[in-house]
Design a protein around this ligand. Structure first.
Ligand SMILES: O=C(O)c1ccccc1NCC(=O)[C@H](O)[C@H](O)COP(=O)(O)O
Length: 303
C-alpha cells in the first residue's frame, strides 16, 4: 500500500484493490459517442436542470440493494427528464455490471456514463459508453496508468472522459491534461463524508468552457439550486433519485431551477441584439473563471 492509499476509507481501498485486478476487454473499442455538452445545452434551452441520474443498485454508504431491472430504472429516469445516465459497472461494491450498461445504452437515447474505477488502459475496452469516468485521485499511482495516458487513450477510442476531482491539486492535473468535462466530487474518498462546500471552493477555478458537474451529496431542491448558483452546468445524482419513486425524484430535481430559468428567459427577452446572450447572462451570475485565469466572477446572490 502506498502513502496516499493509506488515507483512503477501507471500503475504497478494497474497491481500488479489486479494480487493479480487473481484466480489460478482448479488443480495442471504437465508440460513436452521444454528445454530453450538446445534451446539457438542450436541457438548459428547455428550461430544466441538466441532471445525470445514476443507476446505483447499492454502495458502501447505502443500506440494502435495489433489485429492480436497471433498464426499467433507466427508462424512468429519462421519463423524469434526466439529461444523461450514469451506470455503475463495478460489481462487488456497487452491484453493477457491464451487461447493465450495455442493456441500458441500447434502451435509451441519452448519453450514458460508465461509472467505474478504471485504472489501466485495457479496462477502457470492457464495454462501450458515451462518457467514461477517470478518477484523478486513483491515477498516477503505482500499479495504475497515468491520468494523461488514460485520458488520451479514452479520447482515441471515442469516449468523452469525465475527470473527477476533489482537491485543487487534482483539478490542476485535470486541467493540465486538457479535460473538457470535469466533475467535482463532494464525497471525500478518504473519509466517505459529503460536503457541498467542496464544489463551491473549486468551481471558481474551473474555466467556463469546461462542462462542470457537481457530484455526490445532492439530496434536495435546495442543494440543486445551491450547486447551480455555484456554477454547476450539471449535477450527478444517485442516492436521492434511487431512493423511492425514481421518475418522480428525477422530475423534482430537474425542475428545481425553473424559477431561475424563467428569470434568465425574461432577461434575454429584455436584451437588445447588442446585449449579452441568455447563456452569457446566466453564466455571469455564477462563480466560474472565464479561462485558465482563475479570477472568480460574480456569484449569484439571488438564490
Ligand atoms: O456512494 C458511495 O457510497 C461511494 C463510496 C465509495 C466510493 C464511491 C462512492 N460513490 C461513487 C459516486 O461517485 C456516487 O455514486 C455518485 O457521485 C452519486 O452520489 P450520491 O448522489 O451521493 O449517491
Amino acid at each position: 500500500m502506498n502513502a496516499s492509499e493509506d488515507k483512503l476509507a477501507p471500503a475504497v481501498r478494497s474497491i481500488l484493490a479489486t479494480a487493479r485486478e480487473r481484466s480489460g476487454g478482448a479488443e480495442r473499442l471504437d465508440v460513436d459517442a452521444r454528445s454530453f455538452p450538446a445534451a446539457v445545452e438542450a436541457t438548459e434551452a428547455a428550461g430544466r436542470v441538466p441532471v445525470v441520474a445514476e443507476v446505483k443498485p447499492t454502495s458502501p454508504t447505502t443500506e440494502g440493494e435495489r433489485t429492480d431491472d436497471p433498464v426499467d430504472l433507466a427508462r424512468e429516469m429519462v421519463a423524469g427528464g434526466a439529461t444523461a445516465l450514469s451506470v455503475l459497472t463495478e460489481p462487488e461494491h456497487f452491484g453493477g455490471s457491464a451487461e447493465n450498461l450495455r442493456r441500458i445504452r441500447g434502451a435509451v437515447d441519452v448519453p450514458v456514463l460508465r461509472k467505474d474505477f478504471v485504472v489501466r488502459e485495457a479496462q477502457l475496452d470492457a464495454v462501450e459508453s458515451d462518457l467514461i469516468l477517470l478518477i484523478a485521485r486513483f491515477l498516477d499511482e503505482q500499479g495504475t496508468d497515468s491520468l494523461a495516458t488514460l485520458y488520451e487513450a479514452a479520447r482515441e477510442r471515442g469516449f468523452q472522459p469525465l475527470v473527477e476531482v476533489h482537491t485543487r491539486e487534482e483539478l490542476d492535473r485535470a486541467l493540465e491534461v486538457g479535460a473538457e468535462i470535469i466533475g467535482v466530487n463532494n464525497r471525500d474518498l478518504g473519509k466517505l463524508e459529503v460536503d457541498l462546500d467542496t464544489f463551491e471552493r473549486l468551481a471558481p477555478h474551473v474555466p467556463e468552457d469546461v462542462t462542470l458537474l457537481a457530484e455526490s451529496g445532492v439530496t434536495s431542491v435546495a442543494d440543486v439550486r445551491r450547486m447551480r448558483a455555484a456554477g454547476a452546468d450539471a449535477l450527478l445524482i444517485g442516492t436521492a433519485i434511487m431512493d423511492g419513486d425514481v421518475e418522480a425524484n428525477t422530475e423534482r430535481l430537474t425542475t428545481a431551477d425553473a424559477e431561475r430559468a424563467s428569470r434568465a428567459a425574461e432577461t434575454s427577452d429584455a436584451e437588445t441584439d447588442a446585449g449579452p446572450t441568455s447563456s452569457e447572462s446566466t453564466d455571469a451570475k455564477r462563480g466560474r473563471a472565464e479561462s485558465t485565469d482563475t479570477t472568480p466572477r460574480n456569484t449569484d446572490t439571488n438564490q
